[in-house]
Design a protein around this ligand. Structure first.
Ligand SMILES: Cc1cc2nc3c(=O)[nH]c(=O)nc-3n(C[C@H](O)[C@H](O)[C@H](O)COP(=O)(O)OP(=O)(O)OC[C@H]3O[C@@H](n4cnc5c(N)ncnc54)[C@H](O)[C@@H]3O)c2cc1C
Length: 307
């Protein structure tokens, strides 16, 4: 690790408590947490992991992650505040927006709306990064990020042995976005995204953002740490509705509770562990299967050592 640190402008932290890096405020320590300062340093980190056979985990703002209480072995590469540039360029009657992957989706939604650029109002209440949004194909109110992507800059391993990383640009048309599922191969780091967005109306977009935010405050338990929707919506139904119909709202294990306000949110009442949340996930899954016949799959990503 000392070798990687030479000339490194980003930060390197040993035994980093992952509860500080996740919206659920849950998770044991990562052996190493590295936040590169620029794209070339991301490439160096990938080379370092390959050369030292260090397990690599990529994260953004940690708003869709359940990290094990035993933490994460190896190196966690976080794309965050160091990747925050946004450029908005008018092109014919649309806009090309180039943004780095550490930009908060909610901030990008507001910034584009303020600039009279439409299309991203739906994203105003999603607390992840653009990179995390890309990897989850984040969406709300019938729209999702994949619809707007024209290109993605990545750091990715190349060659048959996958030991050397390069910076490259992928065309949006070659990426396959599906419901809440990632579009890049494992161990590929998204660095920047180009989005094609329509011309909007500043006042109308800001009014829509304000409506969406107040509806989310009303319907989601935003006063507690969570990871948003825990389960994916099964085809033809909604996980939140099925959970409510199955009587699971309010179920509690340790510090974790199925929200009374929104059945698909598991909230951290204080001191919840990953084991509490996993136990609750299993209870909900079983109850919903028994009562409705639907088998729910998790939308949140589970990371880290098995407890
Ligand atoms: C209150 C609340 C409300 C939410 N509402 C919504 C919603 O309406 N719609 C919705 O879709 N989601 C929602 N979410 C979930 C979450 O915010 C999104 O999935 C978000 O896009 C995740 O971004 P992140 O930066 O936090 O990614 P993380 O949680 O850190 O990571 C998610 C996945 O992306 C990968 N990843 C992250 N960054 C990169 C990168 N740069 N390169 C490669 N891989 C990367 C990680 O490996 C992981 O697999 C909500 C969450 C909360 C807490």
């Amino acid at each position: 690790m000392a070798k990687l640190a030479v000339g490194f402008t980003g930060t390197i932290r040993q035994n980093a408590p992952m509860q500080e890096y996740t919206s659920w405020r849950i998770g044991g320590p990562a052996d190493w947490l590295v936040e590169p300062g620029n794209s070339d340093e991301v490439r160096q980190v990938l080379d370092f992991c390959a050369a030292n056979e260090t397990p690599l985990t990529i994260i953004g703002r940690g708003s869709n992650l359940l990290v094990s209480d035993a933490g994460i072995a190896g190196l966690v590469l976080r794309i965050g505040e160091n990747f925050g540039r946004v450029e908005i360029e008018p092109q014919d009657d649309t806009y090309l927006v180039r943004a780095e992957c550490g930009v908060l989706l909610a901030a990008l939604s507001r910034q584009t709306a303020e600039a009279g650029v439409g299309g991203l109002e739906w994203a105003c209440g999603i607390p992840g990064n653009l990179g995390g949004a890309l990897m989850m194909n984040a969406g709300a109110y019938g729209a999702s990020i994949g619809e707007f992507v024209t290109a993605v800059q990545v750091a990715a391993y190349t060659g048959a042995e996958k030991r050397k990383a390069v910076l490259q640009t992928l065309r949006g048309a070659d990426l396959h976005f599906a419901y809440r599922s990632g579009c890049l191969p494992e161990h590929t780091v998204a660095l920047g995204v180009a989005l094609r967005l329509p011309t909007g109306n500043r006042e109308a977009s800001l009014a829509r953002i304000s409506d969406i935010l107040s509806s989310r405050r009303q319907n989601q338990p935003l006063e507690y740490p969570s990871a948003g929707s825990v389960f994916r919506n099964p085809p033809g139904s909604h996980a939140g509705y099925l959970i409510e119909q199955s009587g699971c709202k309010g179920l509690t294990v340790g510090g974790a509770q199925v929200s009374e306000k929104h059945g698909n949110f598991i909230i951290n009442l204080g001191g919840a562990t990953a084991a509490d949340v996993l136990c609750l996930i299993e209870q909900v899954r079983q109850t919903v299967a028994e009562k409705t016949g639907y088998t729910l799959e998790t939308e949140v990503r589970l990371l880290g050592r098995q407890n």
